[in-house]
Design a protein around this ligand. Structure first.
Ligand SMILES: [Cu+2]
Length: 132
């Protein structure tokens, strides 16, 4: 029984540490979300769409270019929630992202008018990428 007490103390510590990290980085993510197109960049002819993962997907809606090679970069930071279990049904993609890290997903060239939608495994959080 002593062990259970110790474990719950450790768990509580981790949760508190996580909450502190959340509150520290919140300002930064707000700045990123307000810059509409800042999550799409083109590097050496390849379009990189960055989606931030933690308690959901940000930005929720991305406008990207159609007809060019594209990759989606999932950036997770302390994503100890179900948003790390990501799925993009149109691509048959399903993955458990690391709680913290970057995961690059190369996707086929998309036609104009295509909308890719991603969700967490529970369908609670979602995001979409519109190709124009
Ligand atoms: Cu979920």
């Amino acid at each position: 029984m002593k062990n259970i007490g110790t474990i719950s103390l450790v768990v509580a510590g981790i949760i508190i540490a996580g909450m502190l990290l959340f509150s520290k980085t919140d300002n930064n993510s707000n700045v990123n979300n307000s810059q509409v197109a800042s999550n799409v960049s083109i590097v050496e002819g390849k379009q990189i769409i960055t989606i931030n993962v933690r308690g959901g997907y940000f930005p929720k809606i991305t406008t990207a270019k159609a007809n060019i090679p594209t990759a989606i970069k999932f950036k997770s930071q302390n994503a100890f929630d179900c948003s790390s279990a990501i799925s993009i049904p149109e691509l048959g993609y399903q993955k458990n992202l690391p709680p913290t890290g970057e995961t690059l997903l190369e996707i086929p060239v998309q036609k104009s008018g295509t909308i890719l939608r991603g969700t967490c495994s529970m369908g609670m959080y979602n995001f979409s990428i519109n190709f124009e």
